[in-house]
Write a protein that binds this ligand. Structure first.
Ligand code: ADP
Length: 260
């Protein structure tokens, strides 16, 4: 808070009043804290796989490589950790590109139903490993204006999360529907669900309800942050409904007439 006295001009100086200027620094502080947390998180997330790769390589060089079983086990770990690093770096690059204001979408006519079919084919083997069924329902044309590659990325992230956070034998239903001027894309799973108090946080960068589960499944904690940015770039909105032990439903609402 800055205060400055107002002095009347001419003649005798007399105090007329005080101007107070308020700067709300709470928001600035919050952003600064978020930036610090982000850097700390990135450092931690990058350090963990690198430490693991170094450690196992060192053990191999120290003689473990002579034992075939041990060698294969350690090489598999090194491979998995390298893959993790790669996807983390890819997600970070995506996120930083998306967060920059010059980020541009390539607007086209997009058939959500056809894109869903492509993504289902892509994720079928991941689903089959857990005997999960992927079903598509189409109620309406499902035609919107958008960037097909980015919309595909949204779909991949949501559907692969649904697979990751569902137990064996789960059911995932992807629905494309329309109501008034909106087109909806919904991913509904019969998975583990998300606690009410965790729901608003799942879009935060690096936020994971269960760190270990997410890590084991190759999660980076950035997927939903990317999804939210991409949905907003399309002038759409995303909502979550969930019940622990029952399942989760992510709904994206696209405006039929997109404002490019
Ligand atoms: P991650 O790479 O960890 O999956 P995301 O940003 O995609 O990161 O998701 C953030 C967190 O939200 C996940 O770690 C998980 O705890 C929770 N989550 C996301 N999707 C689902 C889902 N379909 N069912 C239950 N939990 C979910």
């Amino acid at each position: 808070v800055y205060g400055a006295p107002i002095i009347s001009s001419g003649g005798k100086e007399r105090l007329k009043g005080i101007v107070l200027v308020f700067h709300d620094i709470t928001e600035l502080k919050r952003l600064e804290q978020m930036r610090k947390d982000f850097v700390a998180n990135v450092s931690h997330e990058l350090k963990t796989p690198v430490t693991s790769v170094k450690g196992f390589t060192e053990t191999l060089l120290d003689g473990a490589a002579e034992d075939e079983v041990l060698r294969n086990r350690f090489l598999k770990i090194i491979w998995d950790e390298s893959e993790r690093l790669q996807s983390l770096i890819q997600d970070l690059l995506d996120l930083s590109k998306i967060e920059q204001s010059q980020f541009q979408l390539n607007w086209h006519r997009v058939d959500l139903s056809m894109l869903t079919d492509d993504v289902i084919v892509m994720l079928t083997s991941k689903a089959e490993e857990k005997e999960i069924t992927l079903t598509k329902r189409k109620e309406g044309s499902g035609i919107i204006e958008g960037d097909p590659l980015r919309i595909k990325q949204i779909m991949i992230n949501l559907i692969s999360n649904a697979i990751t956070y569902s137990p064996k034998g789960g059911k995932i239903t992807i629905t494309i529907s329309e109501e008034n001027e909106k087109t909806f894309f919904t991913v509904n799973d019969t998975g583990i669900g998300i606690k009410k108090e965790e729901i608003p946080r799942v879009f935060e960068r690096f936020y994971r309800v269960d760190r270990a589960r997410s890590r084991n499944s190759g999660g980076t904690g950035l997927g939903l942050a990317i999804v939210k940015h991409l949905v907003e770039a399309h002038h759409g909105d995303i909502t979550v409904e969930s019940e622990v032990g029952k399942g989760t439903k992510f709904t994206i609402g696209f405006n039929k007439e997109q404002l490019k």
